[in-house]
Design a protein around this ligand. Structure first.
Ligand SMILES: *Cc1c(COP(=O)(O)O)cnc(C)c1O
Length: 376
């Protein structure tokens, strides 16, 4: 079967290999069969390996849903009744965590920083010091809306100093930027299969500290379907998901993990880095400016400022590129117009070179002046 290859420069779902796509085509199987349980067992073990987690101390729990389900589950499941959540918020994904707290009515502090800046650690510490009831600290590793990398190791150290659990949304770094769960002071991290793993949508997972999950057994249950302890318990007892798993998506993720280990942690990260550098080189040549200082970028998402040109029309440029197999993506910043080019997925430098020739063609076609202009 010939499958058209699209280059997705959006921040996930990412371009996948044909072997991962085809891994979904399997004989029908009831997911309660031992054969399928074995696939999930290996998947859980492999996910732990990605973050170098000691299987005695850490575990991984799978869920059926998009990545947001992980944030929902961590926040609603890991908060003791007397505690409060601190969200360190400098972007759209931490803002989503704040929204989850609001929906569940969870006591929380929304500690905000500008979207184009890193959190100030002394302010984080001050809040922790002033609020001894903070039981959980949450932030985002790579704020996918802007591409800024947050100092999770330092935040985790502070969280632990004040005896809080540290949960990190690593959805847009895990299986790309190397992560050592223990060294980064992470109690729980998370991702979904369609991002760093370069697999399919619909499967998400939380990797974290077993004893903290065990301790949450008696915490207030705020959701039935989305509770970490309940899902963990069923996995430990039966190796299965509590309810029906996304069977074909699990097969694709299992193949993607084989390909992850075959490519290698460092080699894969180097590939994403060279794609990222090629994106920067192409943008620079055309005169585009970044929203985030390059040294603060996580190496996976480039947030680009719209040029000041009456002929610039993101949708037209998008459509031109899309028709030629390249997907570019709008920005996710509150009050500045940006678009994003990302280095996720099964792509390499040549794909970016090809993209920029199409992108430049589209700018010329719509008479955007080159190099692009900015008023300030
Ligand atoms: C993609 C992503 C998510 C999950 O978003 P969904 O819309 O649920 O797929 C969560 N956090 C971050 C940082 C992400 O990049």
């Amino acid at each position: 079967m010939q499958i058209k290859r699209n280059i997705l420069l959006n921040p996930g779902p990412a371009t996948t290999t044909d072997s991962v796509k085809m891994a979904q085509v399997v004989p029908d199987i009831c997911p309660r069969e031992e054969e399928f349980i074995t696939v999930m067992r290996e998947l859980r073990t492999d996910l732990l390996k990605i973050v170098h987690g000691d299987p005695v101390k850490y575990t991984s729990v799978l869920f059926c849903g998009s990545g947001t389900i992980n944030i929902d589950i961590c926040l609603n499941s890991l908060l003791p009744e007397s505690g409060k959540i601190l969200i360190i918020n400098n972007g759209a994904y931490s803002a989503r965590a704040v929204e989850i707290c609001r929906y569940y009515g969870l006591p929380h502090i929304d500690l905000r920083f500008p979207e184009d800046e890193r959190p100030v650690l002394s302010e984080v510490e001050q809040v922790l010091k002033n609020n001894p009831d903070i039981a959980l600290v949450h932030t985002t590793h790579n704020e996918t809306g802007t591409g800024i990398l947050n100092p999770i190791r330092e935040i985790g150290e502070l969280a632990h100093k004040y005896e809080a659990v540290f949960t990190v949304d690593t959805t847009s770094t895990l299986a790309m930027r190397p992560i050592d769960i223990e060294r980064e002071n992470i109690d729980f991290c998370m991702a979904s299969a369609q991002k760093g793993l370069m697999a399919m949508t619909g499967l998400s997972f939380i990797i974290g500290n077993r004893s903290i999950i065990e301790k949450s057994k008696d915490y207030k249950k705020r959701s039935y379907y989305c509770n970490l302890y309940l899902q963990y318990k069923v996995f430990e007892e039966t190796g299965e998901m509590h309810f029906t798993p996304p069977v074909q998506t699990v097969y694709a993720a299992s193949q993607a993990l084989k390909e992850y280990f075959a490519e290698g942690e460092i080699e894969k990260w180097e590939r994403h880095r060279r794609v990222f550098e090629e994106i920067h080189a192409g943008l620079k040549k055309l005169g585009f400016k970044n929203l985030i200082r390059k040294e603060w970028q996580a190496g996976l998402v480039v947030s680009v400022l719209y040029p000041d040109d009456a002929n610039w029309d993101f949708d037209k440029i998008h459509d031109y590129c899309y028709e030629r197999g390249f997907t570019i993506y709008p920005g996710k910043v509150s009050d500045i117009n940006t678009f994003r080019l990302c280095s996720l997925g099964a792509i390499d430098r040549e794909d970016i070179v090809d993209f920029f020739s199409v992108f430049e063609e589209s700018l010329e076609k719509y008479h955007v002046s080159l190099p692009v202009k900015y008023n300030s």
